[in-house]
Design a protein around this ligand. Structure first.
Ligand code: FAD
Length: 310
């Protein structure tokens, strides 16, 4: 058994998502190689070599790979896939973009967003917005898998010394080109990997009040900020803060839901959080059914008070 892990990185640093995907790969079992595809990404390959139990790091650098566009990245993976039984990647924006193309080019099915490895060919994955867990056996000779990383602990990048092998990139299929990357600048932790998240819902009523009430508490806690879809749709919070079925799936140590009712689609994105705190003025709000600590209160009283207490 040999596994190719497609690393998530930004050419400068290896993402925590790679470390979590490595844990899933270890549970599948076999020799694990990590593919770092990018440009100027030697430091990323070096960081990946510190993981224990990895056979080697493959470093492919090219202009076309700098932004991990699906077409050149998939062409590269497919060119390597002959040596592997399994190709695995985190279910991030990049992983969800690249791996379906790999599966299609290999003419196999993809097993998407696994949360548990039952055996080398059998996996568990959520369906119906997380309301049911499906057990899938993949009978294809080659397995293409994305991992819902909140289901796996991050492997520690220490103690290993896997060799880094530089490989040539495949020719750019020139089906796509990079135009620009517009990033929202933030001092706050990234939502997907934050230890603490403070989230606001429709109850905030305006963007101004969202910022006045949610952000100070998040800042005091060193937390990332999340939002319900209702808050995002109403323009109180930017799109990339949305948590839920059609937003980000998170599993922080602490999730504070403020003025969020707890619709099933929101719960799909946060119910695996270790400790859930809910503040809502309606004691029958469904969010209290998943909360470890519930406070029936008006957020406009409770949050400023919490901020002062912190
Ligand atoms: P509401 O449901 O309106 O709840 C507001 C809550 O605030 C209420 O419980 C109320 O009691 C409380 N409240 C009001 N005022 C105060 C106050 N002053 N103090 C304290 N509490 C107060 N939603 C998501 O969040 N993420 C998703 O990814 C997502 N994907 C979806 C996908 C599909 C296909 C569909 C159909 C829906 C999706 N939704 C998603 C929408 C979801 O169904 C809900 O509409 C949404 O989550 C509701 O957001 P909310 O809890 O902020 O608003």
């Amino acid at each position: 058994m040999a596994i190719l892990l497609f690393a998530e990185h930004d050419n400068a640093a290896l993402s925590d998502q790679t470390a979590r995907t490595l844990t899933a790969a270890r549970r599948i079992g076999g020799e694990i190689d990590i593919l770092v595809a990018g440009k100027g990404a030697a430091a990323v390959a070096q960081a990946a070599s510190a993981f224990q139990g990895v056979r080697k790091i493959l470093l492919a650098e090219a202009d076309a790979l700098e932004h991990r566009l699906a077409e050149p990245a998939a062409a590269l993976i497919v060119s390597l896939a002959g040596d592997y039984d399994t190709v695995i990647a985190p279910a991030t924006t990049t992983g969800k973009n690249v791996l379906p193309r790999v599966a299609a080019l290999l003419d196999v099915m993809q097993v998407s967003e696994i949360v548990e490895v039952v055996s080398a060919d059998t996996f568990k994955r959520p369906i119906y917005a997380g309301n049911a867990i499906q057990t899938v056996q993949a009978t294809d000779g080659k397995k293409v898998i994305t991992v819902r990383t909140s289901g796996f602990e991050a492997a520690q990048a220490e103690g290993g010394s896997a060799p880094v092998e530089t490989i040539g990139a495949t020719a750019d299929p020139r089906l796509s080109g990079f135009v620009e990357n517009r990033l929202s600048e933030s001092e706050r932790p990234e939502l997907a990997s934050a230890r603490i998240i403070v989230s606001g819902g429709r109850a905030l009523g305006s963007e101004e009040r969202f910022r006045q009430v949610i952000l100070p508490v998040a800042d005091k806690l060193g937390a990332a900020v999340g939002a319900s879809r209702a808050a995002v749709d109403a323009g109180y919070a930017p799109n990339d803060w949305q948590v839920g079925q059609t937003g980000k799936v998170v599993a922080p140590e602490l999730y504070v839901a403020c003025g969020i009712s707890g619709a099933i689609q929101h719960l799909a994105g946060m119910k695996d959080s270790k400790v859930i705190v809910a503040i809502n003025k309606d004691e029958d709000a469904p969010i209290f059914q998943v909360a470890d600590y519930g406070l029936v209160a008006d957020i406009f009283d409770a949050l400023p008070e919490l901020e002062r207490a912190l």
